[in-house]
Design a protein around this ligand. Structure first.
Ligand code: NAD
Length: 296
């Protein structure tokens, strides 16, 4: 298929490459020169603009940081028209960014007026999942559009869940990430406590993994440098999932909880801790660097 891919960051780059390797004709674009240079070197064809990338595309995929980026890209800002003006009627848009459910719903509605189908398909599984094509896609949208997207999503991931109508993918995703943010802090506290008492962090991690405290952050994403290979912690917290992106997701969860009058006390506390960590200069480091709040 002819696929346009917009946003070649930590996640989008490897996802686009997997589609290229699966023999799709991928026309990619990113506004950052560094990302463009890196993925061109890996063999991706890079368009000179988002408009050029979507020309003649049957499917458009985006993987951008936050709501404002998705809004501006597709719907435009001020005088400049959004990408929806350049996308052919009948095209399927798959937005994989984690954004507000309201952003996804609005995009789906505006696009429908132009006969363009949109699904929200945020992902879970981290950068290693993006590289290995083992991501979980959490999808919102019309059932026929989700089925149309399924063969493409299967080339980037192994679990595809249809959460409900437009925006439902985003809602399910922020529930998951609120839990992830809390788990990373809890795991960091427990490791720091053990190390302060002279325990070997690798041994303690193995004990907790096989005990009732076991969780994904211990299994795949140990926050203490040197305990596990190929984690952001073991490469100076570079790459991975940025603290500011986690802060965005926890803020989305809190906004949602306030609107629904639901109490999420640990989610609120986690948001405050990541906000403080970001203010202390760690915004662009991987979110597992929250560990350094508890252990130096
Ligand atoms: P990133 O910051 O590494 O990459 C985002 C890319 O989008 C950047 O290269 C940026 O230049 C590009 N971009 C922004 N606006 C653009 C525009 N208008 N046109 C073209 N390119 C544009 O972010 P990431 O880690 O790849 O995350 C992307 C999304 O996936 C976020 O919503 C994040 O919350 C979510 N996510 C990330 C992870 C992870 O482990 N990193 C895991 C699950 C979900």
């Amino acid at each position: 298929m002819k696929i346009a891919f917009i946003g070649l960051g930590n996640m989008g780059g490897p996802m686009a490459l997997n589609l290229h390797k699966a023999k799709h004709t991928v026309n990619a674009f990113d506004m950052a020169n560094g990302a463009v240079a890196r993925w061109r070197q890996e063999g991706l064809a890079i368009a000179s603009s988002a408009d050029e990338a979507v020309r003649g595309a049957e499917v458009v995929i985006s993987m951008l940081p936050a709501s404002q980026h998705v809004d501006q890209l597709y719907l435009g800002v001020g005088e400049s028209a959004g990408l929806l003006e350049s996308i052919d009627a009948g095209t399927l848009v798959i937005d994989c960014s984690t954004v507000a459910a309201a952003t996804s719903k609005k995009l789906t509605e505006v696009a429908a007026m132009k006969k363009i189908a949109v699904i929200d398909a945020p992902v879970s599984g981290g950068t290693s999942g993006a590289v290995a094509a083992t991501l979980t896609f959490i999808v919102g949208g019309a059932a026929q559009d989700v089925e149309r997207a399924r063969p493409i999503l299967e080339q980037m991931g192994k679990n595809i869940f249809h959460a409900g109508e437009a925006g439902a993918g985003q809602t399910a995703k922020i529930c998951n990430n609120m839990l992830l943010g809390i788990l990373m802090i809890g795991t960091s506290e427990a490791l720091a406590l053990g190390v302060a008492n002279g325990l070997d962090p690798a041994v303690l991690s193995e004990i907790m993994k096989r005990s009732s405290g076991g969780n994904w952050t211990l299994e795949k994403y140990n926050p203490m440098p040197g305990v596990a290979e190929n984690t952001p912690a073991s490469r100076g917290y570079q790459g991975g999932f940025g603290t500011d992106l986690m802060l965005k997701d926890l803020s989305l969860a809190q906004e949602n909880a306030m609107g629904k009058r639901i109490g999420t006390p640990l989610g609120g506390l986690a948001r405050s801790l990541y906000a403080t960590h970001s203010l202390n200069g760690a915004g662009s480091l991987d979110f597992s660097s929250i560990f350094t709040m508890f252990h130096k």
